[in-house]
Write a protein that binds this ligand. Sequence first.
Ligand code: GAL
Length: 331
Amino acid sequence: MRMKLLSPVLKIYALAAMLPCLSVKSAETIQPGALWPDNRGQHIQAHGGGILKVDGTFYWFGEDRSRENSFQRRYVSCYASTNLAQWTFRNQVVKLADPEQLGRGWILERPKVFYNAPTKKFVMYAHLDNGRYQFARVAVLTCDTVDGDYQYLKSFRPLGHESRDIGQFVDDDGAAYLIFEDRPNGFHIAKLSADYLNVEKEMCLIPKHMEGGAVVHYDGLYYVIGSELTGWNPNPNRYATAASLAGPWSEFKNLAPVEKNTYGAQSTMLLKVVGSKTTSVIFMGDIWEPQTQWDSRYLWMPVEIGGGKLALPEPHEWTLDIRTGAAQIGK
Ligand code: GAL
Protein backbone atom coordinates (compact mmCIF):
# COMPACT_ATOMS: atom_id res chain seq x y z
CA MET A 1 0.00 0.00 0.00
CA ARG A 2 1.34 3.41 -0.94
CA MET A 3 0.40 5.76 1.87
CA LYS A 4 0.97 8.95 0.00
CA LEU A 5 -2.01 8.17 -2.21
CA LEU A 6 -4.36 8.06 0.80
CA SER A 7 -6.26 10.94 2.36
CA PRO A 8 -5.08 12.00 5.87
CA VAL A 9 -8.07 10.26 7.53
CA LEU A 10 -7.48 7.03 5.65
CA LYS A 11 -3.80 7.25 6.55
CA ILE A 12 -4.73 7.16 10.26
CA TYR A 13 -6.93 4.09 9.72
CA ALA A 14 -4.20 2.41 7.71
CA LEU A 15 -1.65 3.12 10.45
CA ALA A 16 -3.96 1.77 13.15
CA ALA A 17 -4.51 -1.40 11.13
CA MET A 18 -0.76 -1.86 10.85
CA LEU A 19 -0.36 -1.55 14.64
CA PRO A 20 -2.90 -4.01 16.01
CA CYS A 21 -1.05 -4.31 19.32
CA LEU A 22 -1.28 -0.64 20.11
CA SER A 23 -2.61 -0.51 23.64
CA VAL A 24 -4.46 2.26 25.40
CA LYS A 25 -3.78 0.79 28.86
CA SER A 26 -2.26 3.16 31.37
CA ALA A 27 0.54 2.17 33.69
CA GLU A 28 -1.96 2.40 36.51
CA THR A 29 -4.20 -0.35 35.16
CA ILE A 30 -4.40 -3.49 37.29
CA GLN A 31 -4.69 -6.64 35.21
CA PRO A 32 -5.94 -9.65 37.18
CA GLY A 33 -4.09 -12.85 36.32
CA ALA A 34 -1.40 -11.14 34.24
CA LEU A 35 2.32 -11.01 34.88
CA TRP A 36 2.77 -8.05 37.21
CA PRO A 37 6.17 -6.43 36.65
CA ASP A 38 7.81 -4.39 39.41
CA ASN A 39 9.99 -1.33 38.74
CA ARG A 40 12.78 -3.69 37.60
CA GLY A 41 10.52 -5.43 35.10
CA GLN A 42 10.42 -8.61 37.20
CA HIS A 43 7.16 -10.38 38.09
CA ILE A 44 6.23 -9.42 41.67
CA GLN A 45 7.05 -12.11 44.20
CA ALA A 46 4.58 -11.50 47.02
CA HIS A 47 2.37 -14.57 47.05
CA GLY A 48 -0.04 -15.29 49.90
CA GLY A 49 0.63 -11.71 50.82
CA GLY A 50 -0.65 -8.81 52.82
CA ILE A 51 -0.53 -5.03 52.75
CA LEU A 52 0.54 -2.51 55.36
CA LYS A 53 0.02 1.21 54.82
CA VAL A 54 2.55 3.57 56.38
CA ASP A 55 2.41 7.36 55.85
CA GLY A 56 0.51 7.15 52.59
CA THR A 57 2.63 4.35 51.12
CA PHE A 58 1.37 0.81 50.70
CA TYR A 59 3.83 -1.99 51.42
CA TRP A 60 3.06 -5.39 49.92
CA PHE A 61 4.71 -8.35 51.65
CA GLY A 62 4.46 -11.92 50.43
CA GLU A 63 6.18 -15.19 49.71
CA ASP A 64 9.09 -14.68 47.35
CA ARG A 65 9.19 -17.85 45.24
CA SER A 66 11.88 -16.68 42.80
CA ARG A 67 13.32 -19.52 40.82
CA GLU A 68 16.89 -18.65 41.79
CA ASN A 69 16.22 -18.71 45.55
CA SER A 70 18.20 -21.24 47.57
CA PHE A 71 16.05 -24.31 48.31
CA GLN A 72 17.33 -24.25 51.90
CA ARG A 73 16.00 -20.80 52.76
CA ARG A 74 12.56 -19.20 52.72
CA TYR A 75 12.08 -15.68 51.44
CA VAL A 76 9.66 -12.81 51.89
CA SER A 77 9.82 -9.73 49.66
CA CYS A 78 8.52 -6.23 50.20
CA TYR A 79 7.33 -3.80 47.51
CA ALA A 80 6.12 -0.20 47.87
CA SER A 81 3.47 1.75 46.00
CA THR A 82 1.38 4.87 46.33
CA ASN A 83 -1.32 3.81 43.85
CA LEU A 84 -1.52 0.00 44.32
CA ALA A 85 -0.75 -0.54 40.62
CA GLN A 86 2.93 0.32 40.21
CA TRP A 87 5.24 -1.39 42.69
CA THR A 88 8.86 -0.72 43.56
CA PHE A 89 10.89 -3.62 44.87
CA ARG A 90 12.31 -2.65 48.27
CA ASN A 91 14.00 -5.68 49.77
CA GLN A 92 13.99 -9.40 50.30
CA VAL A 93 13.12 -8.73 53.93
CA VAL A 94 13.33 -12.39 54.98
CA LYS A 95 15.99 -14.85 53.81
CA LEU A 96 15.56 -17.33 56.60
CA ALA A 97 17.39 -20.60 57.16
CA ASP A 98 15.28 -23.34 58.81
CA PRO A 99 14.84 -21.73 62.27
CA GLU A 100 13.34 -24.70 64.13
CA GLN A 101 15.12 -27.66 62.53
CA LEU A 102 12.03 -28.59 60.57
CA GLY A 103 14.06 -30.31 57.90
CA ARG A 104 13.81 -30.62 54.17
CA GLY A 105 10.75 -29.02 52.61
CA TRP A 106 10.01 -26.79 55.62
CA ILE A 107 7.66 -23.95 54.85
CA LEU A 108 7.18 -20.26 55.65
CA GLU A 109 3.94 -19.04 54.09
CA ARG A 110 1.44 -16.18 54.09
CA PRO A 111 3.57 -13.49 55.80
CA LYS A 112 1.64 -10.53 57.22
CA VAL A 113 3.19 -7.40 58.73
CA PHE A 114 1.70 -5.17 61.43
CA TYR A 115 3.12 -1.90 62.74
CA ASN A 116 3.14 -1.63 66.52
CA ALA A 117 3.11 2.06 67.44
CA PRO A 118 4.01 1.73 71.17
CA THR A 119 7.23 -0.21 70.46
CA LYS A 120 7.81 1.29 66.98
CA LYS A 121 8.45 -2.24 65.70
CA PHE A 122 7.25 -3.86 62.52
CA VAL A 123 5.99 -7.30 63.46
CA MET A 124 5.66 -10.08 60.90
CA TYR A 125 3.57 -13.20 61.39
CA ALA A 126 3.87 -16.16 59.05
CA HIS A 127 2.83 -19.79 58.89
CA LEU A 128 5.79 -21.95 59.88
CA ASP A 129 5.67 -25.65 59.22
CA ASN A 130 7.51 -28.78 58.26
CA GLY A 131 7.11 -30.39 54.85
CA ARG A 132 4.17 -32.47 56.09
CA TYR A 133 2.36 -29.52 57.66
CA GLN A 134 2.48 -31.04 61.15
CA PHE A 135 4.27 -28.29 63.08
CA ALA A 136 1.33 -25.90 62.53
CA ARG A 137 2.70 -22.80 64.24
CA VAL A 138 3.09 -19.10 63.60
CA ALA A 139 6.54 -17.56 63.30
CA VAL A 140 7.13 -14.03 64.58
CA LEU A 141 9.83 -11.81 63.09
CA THR A 142 10.50 -8.16 63.83
CA CYS A 143 12.27 -5.17 62.33
CA ASP A 144 12.86 -1.51 63.20
CA THR A 145 12.08 -0.35 59.67
CA VAL A 146 9.30 -1.40 57.34
CA ASP A 147 11.55 -2.82 54.63
CA GLY A 148 14.67 -3.78 56.59
CA ASP A 149 15.90 -7.30 57.35
CA TYR A 150 13.38 -8.97 59.65
CA GLN A 151 14.87 -10.98 62.50
CA TYR A 152 13.37 -14.28 63.61
CA LEU A 153 12.06 -14.08 67.17
CA LYS A 154 10.08 -17.23 67.94
CA SER A 155 7.31 -19.60 66.94
CA PHE A 156 4.23 -20.75 68.82
CA ARG A 157 0.72 -22.13 68.49
CA PRO A 158 -1.70 -19.23 68.97
CA LEU A 159 -3.82 -19.76 72.09
CA GLY A 160 -2.44 -23.30 72.04
CA HIS A 161 -4.17 -24.22 68.77
CA GLU A 162 -2.88 -25.60 65.49
CA SER A 163 -2.35 -22.76 63.03
CA ARG A 164 -1.76 -23.08 59.30
CA ASP A 165 -3.07 -20.39 56.90
CA ILE A 166 -3.08 -16.99 58.58
CA GLY A 167 -4.66 -13.65 57.72
CA GLN A 168 -4.36 -10.17 59.16
CA PHE A 169 -6.99 -7.63 60.07
CA VAL A 170 -6.57 -4.14 61.51
CA ASP A 171 -9.84 -2.55 62.57
CA ASP A 172 -10.76 1.12 62.15
CA ASP A 173 -9.86 1.70 65.83
CA GLY A 174 -6.33 0.38 65.16
CA ALA A 175 -6.82 -2.96 66.98
CA ALA A 176 -4.86 -5.77 65.30
CA TYR A 177 -6.10 -9.31 64.79
CA LEU A 178 -4.73 -12.57 63.48
CA ILE A 179 -6.99 -14.97 61.62
CA PHE A 180 -5.75 -18.54 61.77
CA GLU A 181 -6.91 -21.92 60.53
CA ASP A 182 -7.07 -24.59 63.20
CA ARG A 183 -7.72 -27.94 61.56
CA PRO A 184 -9.52 -29.67 64.44
CA ASN A 185 -11.81 -26.75 65.28
CA GLY A 186 -12.31 -24.21 62.50
CA PHE A 187 -10.83 -20.77 62.14
CA HIS A 188 -10.19 -18.15 64.76
CA ILE A 189 -10.11 -14.39 64.82
CA ALA A 190 -7.89 -13.42 67.73
CA LYS A 191 -6.57 -10.14 69.08
CA LEU A 192 -2.84 -9.51 69.33
CA SER A 193 -1.22 -8.44 72.60
CA ALA A 194 -0.32 -4.77 73.18
CA ASP A 195 3.17 -5.28 71.70
CA TYR A 196 1.82 -7.60 68.93
CA LEU A 197 4.30 -10.29 69.89
CA ASN A 198 1.61 -12.64 71.14
CA VAL A 199 -1.90 -13.69 70.29
CA GLU A 200 -3.85 -12.76 73.35
CA LYS A 201 -7.60 -12.98 73.12
CA GLU A 202 -9.99 -15.02 71.06
CA MET A 203 -12.73 -12.92 69.48
CA CYS A 204 -14.45 -15.88 67.90
CA LEU A 205 -14.04 -19.37 66.59
CA ILE A 206 -15.96 -19.98 63.39
CA PRO A 207 -16.52 -23.72 63.27
CA LYS A 208 -15.86 -24.02 59.53
CA HIS A 209 -12.84 -25.34 57.77
CA MET A 210 -11.60 -22.44 55.71
CA GLU A 211 -8.22 -21.13 54.60
CA GLY A 212 -6.97 -17.83 53.20
CA GLY A 213 -9.02 -16.07 55.88
CA ALA A 214 -9.52 -12.30 55.63
CA VAL A 215 -11.77 -9.70 57.26
CA VAL A 216 -12.91 -6.21 56.34
CA HIS A 217 -14.98 -3.76 58.37
CA TYR A 218 -17.27 -1.91 56.00
CA ASP A 219 -20.20 0.36 56.75
CA GLY A 220 -20.83 -1.02 60.21
CA LEU A 221 -20.50 -4.70 59.32
CA TYR A 222 -17.66 -7.18 59.46
CA TYR A 223 -17.22 -9.39 56.40
CA VAL A 224 -15.09 -12.50 56.68
CA ILE A 225 -13.98 -14.49 53.64
CA GLY A 226 -12.14 -17.74 53.15
CA SER A 227 -11.54 -20.64 50.82
CA GLU A 228 -12.22 -24.36 51.10
CA LEU A 229 -9.31 -26.67 51.92
CA THR A 230 -8.19 -27.83 48.48
CA GLY A 231 -4.47 -27.06 48.67
CA TRP A 232 -3.21 -25.19 45.61
CA ASN A 233 -6.39 -25.87 43.63
CA PRO A 234 -9.03 -23.15 43.46
CA ASN A 235 -12.47 -23.59 45.00
CA PRO A 236 -15.51 -21.38 45.59
CA ASN A 237 -14.46 -18.86 48.24
CA ARG A 238 -17.21 -17.76 50.58
CA TYR A 239 -18.16 -14.98 52.98
CA ALA A 240 -20.23 -14.31 56.08
CA THR A 241 -21.10 -11.13 57.99
CA ALA A 242 -21.52 -10.05 61.59
CA ALA A 243 -22.16 -6.82 63.46
CA SER A 244 -19.32 -7.65 65.84
CA LEU A 245 -16.16 -9.73 65.48
CA ALA A 246 -17.47 -11.99 68.21
CA GLY A 247 -20.43 -12.88 65.97
CA PRO A 248 -22.96 -14.26 65.58
CA TRP A 249 -21.90 -14.78 61.95
CA SER A 250 -24.40 -15.21 59.14
CA GLU A 251 -24.50 -18.30 56.94
CA PHE A 252 -21.63 -18.48 54.42
CA LYS A 253 -22.45 -17.54 50.83
CA ASN A 254 -20.49 -17.72 47.60
CA LEU A 255 -18.37 -14.75 46.52
CA ALA A 256 -18.88 -15.61 42.85
CA PRO A 257 -20.91 -18.18 40.88
CA VAL A 258 -19.84 -21.61 42.23
CA GLU A 259 -18.78 -22.95 38.83
CA LYS A 260 -16.26 -20.09 38.44
CA ASN A 261 -14.17 -21.39 41.35
CA THR A 262 -13.34 -17.82 42.42
CA TYR A 263 -11.96 -17.31 38.89
CA GLY A 264 -9.04 -19.55 39.77
CA ALA A 265 -7.97 -17.57 42.83
CA GLN A 266 -7.67 -18.11 46.58
CA SER A 267 -8.25 -15.26 49.01
CA THR A 268 -5.38 -13.72 50.95
CA MET A 269 -6.68 -10.31 52.03
CA LEU A 270 -9.46 -7.73 51.77
CA LEU A 271 -7.98 -4.25 51.45
CA LYS A 272 -10.09 -1.21 52.27
CA VAL A 273 -9.17 1.99 50.44
CA VAL A 274 -10.85 5.05 51.91
CA GLY A 275 -10.79 8.02 49.53
CA SER A 276 -12.23 11.54 49.54
CA LYS A 277 -15.37 10.45 47.68
CA THR A 278 -15.85 6.76 48.29
CA THR A 279 -14.45 3.60 49.84
CA SER A 280 -13.37 0.64 47.75
CA VAL A 281 -12.68 -2.84 49.03
CA ILE A 282 -10.23 -4.93 47.05
CA PHE A 283 -10.23 -8.71 47.01
CA MET A 284 -6.61 -9.87 46.89
CA GLY A 285 -6.18 -13.46 45.80
CA ASP A 286 -3.52 -15.82 44.51
CA ILE A 287 -3.73 -17.88 41.37
CA TRP A 288 -1.29 -20.60 42.32
CA GLU A 289 1.00 -22.43 39.94
CA PRO A 290 2.21 -25.24 42.19
CA GLN A 291 4.80 -26.61 39.76
CA THR A 292 6.18 -23.18 38.85
CA GLN A 293 5.45 -21.16 41.96
CA TRP A 294 7.47 -18.14 40.78
CA ASP A 295 4.90 -17.75 38.02
CA SER A 296 1.87 -17.75 40.36
CA ARG A 297 -0.36 -14.80 39.55
CA TYR A 298 -2.54 -12.36 41.47
CA LEU A 299 -6.22 -11.71 41.16
CA TRP A 300 -7.05 -8.32 42.61
CA MET A 301 -10.52 -6.95 41.97
CA PRO A 302 -12.69 -4.31 43.64
CA VAL A 303 -15.70 -6.10 45.14
CA GLU A 304 -19.36 -5.15 45.25
CA ILE A 305 -20.04 -4.73 48.93
CA GLY A 306 -22.78 -3.41 51.19
CA GLY A 307 -25.91 -4.31 53.11
CA GLY A 308 -24.50 -7.69 54.09
CA LYS A 309 -23.67 -8.72 50.52
CA LEU A 310 -20.27 -9.27 48.98
CA ALA A 311 -19.62 -10.18 45.35
CA LEU A 312 -16.42 -10.70 43.40
CA PRO A 313 -17.08 -9.47 39.86
CA GLU A 314 -15.73 -11.25 36.82
CA PRO A 315 -12.08 -10.23 36.43
CA HIS A 316 -11.35 -7.40 34.00
CA GLU A 317 -8.71 -4.72 33.90
CA TRP A 318 -9.45 -1.91 36.30
CA THR A 319 -8.07 1.31 37.66
CA LEU A 320 -8.19 2.93 41.06
CA ASP A 321 -8.15 6.62 41.84
CA ILE A 322 -6.31 6.43 45.11
CA ARG A 323 -7.31 10.03 45.96
CA THR A 324 -11.07 9.64 45.59
CA GLY A 325 -11.13 5.90 46.37
CA ALA A 326 -13.10 5.18 43.18
CA ALA A 327 -12.40 2.01 41.23
CA GLN A 328 -13.35 1.71 37.59
CA ILE A 329 -13.67 -1.68 35.97
CA GLY A 330 -12.98 -1.94 32.22
CA LYS A 331 -14.94 -3.98 29.75
C1 GAL B 1 -3.24 -24.00 50.55
C2 GAL B 1 -2.80 -22.84 51.39
C3 GAL B 1 -1.46 -22.39 50.88
C4 GAL B 1 -0.51 -23.59 50.93
C5 GAL B 1 -1.09 -24.74 50.15
C6 GAL B 1 -0.22 -25.99 50.21
O1 GAL B 1 -4.51 -24.47 50.95
O2 GAL B 1 -3.73 -21.80 51.36
O3 GAL B 1 -0.98 -21.31 51.64
O4 GAL B 1 -0.29 -23.97 52.24
O5 GAL B 1 -2.37 -25.06 50.64
O6 GAL B 1 -0.87 -27.07 49.61
